[in-house]
Design a protein around this ligand. Structure first.
Ligand code: 5GP
Ligand code: ZN
Length: 121
């Protein structure tokens, strides 16, 4: 595990060095609004610790003791706080180039507030 990477945008947001509209600011997890929202609710949920993607977080052998559980639980709490728990929402981990991952710090997208198509584009 790498605690933080100086050139990483989301490490910067977690540290408070890069401005973002945070909706949760916990000991190990931070959530903030996506700068280019794709739905009425579009929040990114990240661990403070740096992992390049969700697979790397899992492959690290869970040194953070339940960090992935905490990340998913935080996504659910964001959905509830945003009022989309009952209408429904999508939690997405883009992983690698074909998925369009553009920031190499694991992040869960929480998307909701409108009906979404399946399959995704
Ligand atoms: P990815 O494409 O890696 O799955 O998702 C990265 C997300 O980060 C994109 O939805 C993009 O809009 C968002 N993003 C990129 N730069 C910033 C930023 O500086 N601030 C915020 N709040 N979101 C960002
Ligand atoms: Zn990072």
């Amino acid at each position: 595990m790498i605690v933080s990477v100086p050139e990483c945008l989301f490490c910067g947001i977690a540290a408070g060095d890069v401005p973002a509209t945070k909706v949760a600011d916990g000991e190990r997890i931070v959530a903030f609004r996506d700068i280019n929202p794709q739905a009425p609710v579009h929040v990114l949920v990240i661990p403070r610790d740096h992992y390049p993607n969700v697979a790397a977080l899992v492959a690290a052998g869970d040194p953070g003791k339940g960090l992935l559980d905490e990340l998913i639980a935080a996504a659910g709490k964001v959905a509830a706080a945003e009022g989309i728990e009952d209408s429904g929402y999508r939690v997405v981990f883009n992983t690698g180039p074909d998925a369009g991952q553009s920031v190499a710090h694991v992040h869960a997208h929480v998307l909701g507030g409108r009906a979404m198509a399946w399959p995704p584009g």
